[in-house]
Write a protein that binds this ligand. Structure first.
Ligand SMILES: Cc1cc2nc3c(=O)[nH]c(=O)nc-3n(C[C@H](O)[C@H](O)[C@H](O)COP(=O)(O)OP(=O)(O)OC[C@H]3O[C@@H](n4cnc5c(N)ncnc54)[C@H](O)[C@@H]3O)c2cc1C
Length: 598
């Protein structure tokens, strides 16, 4: 087992030196979150990570959940972790004090979640899902629903889930068939099947509260007919909890995230499953979407967390593993070199560092916009809203796709040992593979970015994004050592704008399939540009600090500059090739007949 999974010095750098998160305390809503409180919060998260999450990371993978006689058994420590997260106020942390929360800035909550997920992403999923689902009830549910469910969920005793997916409706939620029939008492009778529901049931949860999408009989077809319900495993009745006819029909075997089960749930087999409408009828998907920004940014953060853990594990190995000798000195009498001495191994480590730290900064940027939106008014609020909306699909998809490559590079740095389960690398690689799939696949995020977010409000989001990047470029251009990177980022941004104009032109003149055909490449390019922007931002801070730093601090800032250089020299050039492809009029993927690839 590796010894470390996050770099706390780097987390402080991002929070304090790049985003000055302590400035949130100037706003009355976040007044408690001074620098000391921020540091104390992440130190507490790290201690929880060290004591509760990290020690059972591989054990949870090996002792995977199973279903027997209707009971889903998970690792015993899940209870301990949920209790600790409830007692520590972590589940309700983002909620207002009035609602029983901690009013924690999203920027800080994201940093704490980065630690928990790096320590043990399966274990962290249980409480993350509960936070998301209790937040839905809090925001859109009635007073009665709030009083009945939220306190139990916030305490960690009742598990929350998001129950959307069905056997024939994953990306296309408009096709769900789970039905809801109104009853005279104001409840609904629920009937249907849900699959892949994370933490959908387990032995040590006193109750499971599903935030479930279903269609009210007789309502509009498609997405306009989707409503949101609270469907508990046990429903409160006359002061007792009674069975609500939600059956755990199966636990799926899966590639990773084995510590957290995904359930096949069957509702209403005995016609006795009741649901409670959240908010208004037929608005279910819009409620889900309002929460989706947070959930998607969380997936970006979870992916980054796994990059971080894998990076640390591979780094540790490379510092200890002797193998071979440099090409310039093959003398067998000379002791073997540590593999960290070789350029190709350094390349793999720099790649991981550049992705981990670049994505951490980018996802934090999105959380920062979310906080700024919350505490701003008028035009400022609108600005942050547009930026957040534009960047959310990128923050979800790019770190998740890159986490697959970054954890794969971590496996590679260990050679054969990376493939074997004595080391956690193969687990990090398996665990992160879900991130580009759930909360909307990369393909769906890409269509959201290009088809909805770019054209939104006549392209205002893109203009604001360009303005933010240009501000960083202007600052970097005034620092001699960063001038070339600033110029290269400016060129990449110009090209991104050119591609966007061309695709928006196609959107006017051709079927939507044409301009959306390579949306995933468009998103990848936007991801590269966004991470380059973050690296330039970090580079400015590092360049200003490195001159007066000594010892470990000097190495820290030099390391920042090296990883920035890596991203600009090895990753940013990929943007040009993607743009060339996006500007081409060749329509291979649209036109190729399915018979040719069968
Ligand atoms: C470990 C795990 C945990 C999960 N947890 C939950 C959970 O807690 N709650 C929940 O509700 N769901 C959950 N899911 C389900 C997950 O959200 C879905 O698997 C995901 O949304 C994709 O849906 P799908 O599997 O039906 O794939 P599909 O929608 O069938 O997609 C298959 C492929 O086709 C592409 N595709 C689909 N439609 C289009 C289109 N119109 N245009 C272009 N390409 C398209 C997709 O991008 C993808 O590559 C989980 C899944 C897993 C594996």
């Amino acid at each position: 087992m590796a010894k470390e999974y996050v770099n706390m010095r780097n987390l402080r750098f991002v929070l304090h030196e790049v985003f000055a998160a302590e400035n949130f305390s100037k706003n009355p809503y976040y007044a408690d979150y001074t620098k000391e409180v921020i540091d104390m919060t992440i130190d507490t998260a790290k201690k929880l990570g060290d004591d509760l999450f990290f020690p059972i990371y591989t054990e949870m993978d090996k002792k995977k959940p199973h279903l027997e006689n209707g009971v889903v058994t998970v690792h015993d420590d899940v209870r301990k972790i949920m209790d600790a997260m409830g007692e520590g106020g972590w589940i309700a942390a983002p909620a207002s004090a009035e609602e029983g929360g901690q009013q924690m800035p999203g920027t800080l909550y994201a940093a704490a979640n980065f630690i928990f997920h790096a320590a043990n992403t399966s274990a962290a999923s249980y409480f993350g899902l509960t936070t998301g689902s209790s937040d839905l009830i809090r925001t859109f549910g009635s007073k009665e629903l709030n009083e009945t469910y939220v306190p139990h969920m916030d305490s960690g005793k009742w598990q929350g889930t998001m129950a959307l997916t069905e056997p024939d409706a994953g990306s296309s939620l408009g096709d769900i068939t789970t039905s809801a029939e109104p009853n005279a008492d104001g409840t609904y009778t629920i009937k249907g099947q849900k699959i892949f529901i994370s933490a959908g049931d387990y032995h040590s949860a006193e109750n499971v509260v599903h935030l479930m999408l279903a269609k009210i009989k007789g309502g509009p077809v498609g997405v306009k007919g989707i409503s949101l319900f609270v469907v508990p495993k046990y429903r409160p009745e006359n002061g007792k909890l009674v069975n609500n006819d939600v059956i755990s029909a199966g636990v799926f075997g899966k590639m990773g995230m084995k510590g957290c089960p995904i359930l096949h749930l069957s509702m209403g087999e005995a016609d006795n499953c009741k649901g409670w409408l959240v908010g208004e009828p037929h608005k279910g998907l819009s409620y889900m979407f309002k929460m989706m920004n947070g959930a998607r940014i969380s997936v970006g953060m979870m992916s980054t967390a796994l990059c971080s853990a894998a990076y640390h594990a591979s780094l540790e190995y490379c510092n200890e593993r002797p193998q071979g000798r440099p090409v310039s000195n093959k003398d067998p009498l000379v002791p073997q070199s540590l593999i960290i001495e070789y350029a190709d191994v350094k390349r793999m480590l720099l790649f991981q560092k550049a992705i981990t730290e670049g994505c951490l900064s980018f996802v934090t940027q999105c959380a920062y916009y979310s906080d700024m939106e919350k505490i701003s008014e008028g035009a400022e609020k609108e600005k942050y809203n547009l930026l957040l909306n534009l960047l959310t699909p990128i923050a979800k998809a790019y770190p998740s796709e890159m986490s697959v490559l970054s954890t794969s590079a971590a496996v590679q740095t260990l050679g054969g040992a990376g493939y074997c389960d004595d080391f956690p690398l193969e687990q990090y690689f398996r665990d992160t593979r879900i991130n580009p799939i759930y909360e909307g696949t990369t393909g769906i995020q890409a269509m959201d970015l290009l088809g909805r977010k770019i054209p939104m409000k006549m392209g205002q989001g893109l203009m604001l994004y360009a303005a933010e990047i240009n501000q960083t470029i202007a600052e970097a251009a005034g620092i001699e050592s960063l001038k070339t990177h600033a110029e290269n980022l400016a060129k990449a941004m110009q090209k991104l704008t050119e591609v966007t104009m061309k695709l928006m032109g196609l959107a006017q003149s051709q079927a939507p399939e044409v301009f959306l055909a390579d949306a995933t490449l468009f998103l990848e390019n936007a991801g590269i540009v966004s991470i380059a922007w973050q690296w330039l931002k970090m580079g400015i801070v590092a360049q200003k600090a490195v001159g007066t730093a000594n010892g470990d601090e000097k190495n820290f800032y030099e390391g920042k500059l090296a990883a920035m250089n890596y991203f600009f020299l090895y990753e940013l050039p990929k943007s040009a090739a993607l743009c060339e492809r996006l500007l081409s009029d060749n329509r291979l993927t649209l036109e190729v007949k399915k018979e040719y690839i069968n």
